[in-house]
Design a protein around this ligand. Structure first.
Ligand SMILES: [Fe+2]
Length: 293
């Protein structure tokens, strides 16, 4: 059983209908704070030259390296001054409608538990390190902050249609695993990458995955991996262009049509014009994360 499932099964008595709980910062142990520090130190050293600059700026501005697991209330007060976003603690993954509602109202739900020491390199469910270190720095970027709110609102509208998988794919290939062009070259911005030492290198440097130009509809029709490194990454030109793609698109007809449209396999390339790098797919072909097991 995963940590999130354990917590969810316990039905925390102080959980509100919107799935929020008090963070209970006072309950973290020195070992748990130490786990944050180990992960923080490791990632901050690695990210120079890999992460897009406003992500690094956000980390510093919000002082996420001051030591130990951040206190959400303090962090929210600082973030709110910058972009109006706040962090709310949740004990597990929350249902889609609740998640969209939080984002649409500029609240980011963050897991309040931290991984165990034998999970430093990989954890399937999002913990406080992934959610805060990975997601919060870019919420200090006003344009990306607007995109996140637009995504939440788009998600709420989509609930009347049968396209949750399409919405999930958009989130996955941007917020979690997005790459971006910058004047210094390609960089990472997705939270799933920036909070993973191994995927930080893999996503930008390995020959195995495809790197494709971002196209909203194409992304929403693409399958994705939840258990291993991605086999394709999508590269945006700027946060502004990502935001514009979500607000300039007429989602009504798109939501109507998406459920009936074919979905693209994770490694698929159908149009050479979209390709930045054609992946060898050698990592996946060898069995990926499970190859040595
Ligand atoms: Fe995440």
């Amino acid at each position: 059983m995963t940590i999130a499932e354990e917590v969810a099964n316990q039905h925390p008595p102080d959980m509100a209908p919107d799935f929020t709980v008090p963070q209970h910062w006072e309950n973290y142990t020195p070992v748990e704070h130490g786990t944050w520090d180990i992960l923080y130190e490791r990632q901050i050293k690695l990210l120079q030259g890999y992460a897009e600059q406003s992500f690094i700026d956000g980390l510093k501005r919000l002082d996420l390296g001051r030591g130990g697991i951040p206190e959400f209330d303090r962090l929210s007060d600082e973030l709110e001054k910058l972009t109006g976003w706040r962090i709310v603690a949740v004990p597990c993954l929350v249902p889609d409608d609740i998640f969209f509602e939080h984002l649409a109202n500029r609240r980011f739900p963050a897991g309040n538990f931290i991984r165990k020491r034998d999970q430093l390199d990989y954890i399937q469910e999002p913990d406080v390190f992934h959610d805060i270190f990975g997601h919060v720095p870019l919420l200090a970027n006003p344009v990306f902050a607007n995109y996140m709110e637009a995504y939440g609102k788009g998600g709420l509208r989509s609930l009347n249609y049968d396209c949750l998988k399409n919405l999930a794919a958009l989130y996955w290939y941007t917020v979690e695993f997005g790459l971006i062009h910058t004047d210094k070259g390609m960089r990472i911005y997705g939270a799933g990458i920036v909070s993973s030492a191994a995927e930080t290198r893999f996503s930008l440097e390995d020959n195995s995955p495809n790197r494709l130009k971002f196209d909203l509809e194409r992304v929403m029709r693409t399958e994705y991996r939840i258990d291993d490194f991605q086999q394709s990454y999508f590269v945006i030109d700027s946060y502004e262009s990502l935001f514009r793609a979500t607000v300039d698109t007429d989602f009504g007809p798109l939501y109507e049509n998406l459920p009936g449209m074919a979905r693209f396999p994770v490694e698929h390339i159908e149009n050479q014009a979209e390709v930045i790098h054609t992946g060898t797919q050698s990592y996946a072909a060898k069995g990926g994360r499970f190859a040595a097991e």
